[in-house]
Design a protein around this ligand. Structure first.
Ligand SMILES: Cc1cc2nc3c(=O)[nH]c(=O)nc-3n(C[C@H](O)[C@H](O)[C@H](O)COP(=O)(O)OP(=O)(O)OC[C@H]3O[C@@H](n4cnc5c(N)ncnc54)[C@H](O)[C@@H]3O)c2cc1C
Length: 396
């Protein structure tokens, strides 16, 4: 089977005649070059309208599912620094690739990123594709989507994994639409079905009340975004060998956004990376309860987390919310104060190393996932705990 697509060649002079002629409004001139969008119906009107014969219609063979092999991980980076979710994806990606007996690839897109290639190999990648250019220094949907889609068309992975970060949530669906494949967002589990070799993509569904396992049997790649702090990081092995492939960026790169500058958000807390979290729920009764939690958090060097109702009530900001519609955390110690432990909250913290809950109700679901439970009123338990910690520190 074959398909057709419109290609703009280097002969383009950016005159805009094709833009005027296109009946679907799918050609724009960007930086002096015509760029064709996904709305193109390959009607061919632009080919006739072009005065310099720069537009061609190309016919290409459509790949069959068996042409796609290997696992590709999108290596998200900010100012040249790899996002830690990438190491988690490489850990899982390596596992999946080994099970399939295939290779693990990763792709880096940005500026000043070349030196990160070796690091990705030491974390398990067999092949690293690098698209480096000064025009890619900040993330924009259009060029990053175009490049990642081109990379997929070149290396034809059967699986493509992207972190479910803000950036990944913008990039993933666009790439899936361009490649005409499916995408399972926010996965918490990935396995290979030993009988069919299909990727089993598991994620919470129906408000977190069930876990749904989704497959992509008819299109490739099988795409998933994966939550940060859910998978185990790939271990570093400096002795691993791999190949770094530098690719030049496409000449006609679509880009409808101009970045004027960056205003970094000052995040005084980042619960995702905290080793200890003291989290409060509806049992606090009001916003003042968080002052008590902050006092405890200060004593033990913890960040403050929260259940969704406390955020909805305006007692604390969304940045502190743990759970299905908040952040996923995996600290060494999670202290849940006045939190019942409903499934949507557990979805964001149940893989914490140690869970201590303080609750009046010994039947609360949080107790069944806790390492230690203190049954009692948190307004009695926490002040005593703070007192004990202070005394302990004094005596040290
Ligand atoms: C689609 C969807 C997404 C959601 N996403 C999230 C999410 O991301 N995060 C989240 O947290 N929730 C989420 N929820 C809401 C979730 O279903 C629960 O409603 C919520 O987690 C309950 O919060 P809570 O434990 O603070 O309150 P409650 O369930 O009201 O529990 C309060 C607990 O405090 C205890 N308590 C009361 N007073 C005291 C006291 N003085 N001392 C000690 N213990 C006391 C009670 O025994 C009780 O166990 C979501 C729901 C849906 C439908």
């Amino acid at each position: 089977m074959s398909e057709k697509s419109v290609t703009i060649t280097d002969a383009c002079i950016g005159c805009g005649e094709c833009t005027k002629a296109c009946p679907f409004g799918s050609i724009t001139v960007v930086d002096g070059l015509a760029v064709v969008s996904d709305d193109c119906r390959v009607c061919g009107v632009c080919v006739d309208a072009c005065p310099v014969d720069a537009i061609k219609i190309k016919e290409f063979e459509i790949s069959t599912l068996s042409d796609f092999k290997g696992v590709l991980v999108y290596a998200e980076q900010h100012e040249g620094k790899i996002h830690p979710v990438v190491y988690e994806l490489l850990g899982k990606g390596r596992e999946l690739a080994d099970q399939l007996g295939e290779e693990l690839y990763t792709v880096l897109i940005g500026n000043n990123i070349g030196k990160q290639g070796d690091q990705l190999i030491s974390r398990g990648a067999d092949r690293v594709y690098i698209y480096e250019d000064s025009s890619l220094s900040s993330f924009r949907d259009d060029p990053y989507t175009q490049i990642l889609a081109e990379c997929v068309q070149e290396c034809r992975p059967s699986i493509l994994l992207i972190g479910a970060t803000g950036l990944g949530r913008a990039l993933g669906p666009r790439v899936a639409a361009r490649l005409k494949t499916g995408l399972t967002a926010d996965c918490t589990g990935l396995e290979i079905d030993p009988e069919t070799n299909l990727l089993l993509q598991t994620r919470p569904a129906y408000g977190g009340n069930i876990m749904a396992t989704i497959i992509t049997p008819n299109s490739r790649p099988q795409m998933a975004t994966v939550r940060y702090k859910v998978m185990n990081e790939a271990k570093i092995d400096e002795k691993r060998n791999g190949v770094i492939i530098n690719r030049s960026i496409p000449k006609s790169l679509q880009d409808r956004v101009k970045v004027l500058g960056f205003e970094p958000i000052k995040e005084e807390i980042n619960i995702t990376d905290a080793d200890i979290i003291v989290a409060g729920g509806k049992g606090l009764n009001d916003a003042n309860g968080f002052k008590l939690l902050e006092e405890l958090a200060k004593e033990i060097g913890a960040a403050v987390g929260a259940s969704r109702p406390t955020v909805d009530e305006g007692w604390i900001t969304y940045r502190h919310q743990v759970g299905l519609s908040g952040k996923t955390v995996r600290p060494k110690l999670y202290i849940a104060c006045g939190i019942s432990g409903v499934v949507q909250h557990l979805a964001g913290m149940k893989t914490s190393d140690i869970i201590i809950s303080i609750n009046k109700d010994k039947e609360a679901p949080i107790c069944s996932v806790s390492t230690i439970t203190a049954i009692g009123d948190l307004y009695e338990v926490i002040p005593r705990l703070i007192e004990k910690i202070k005394t302990h520190k004094k005596n040290q």
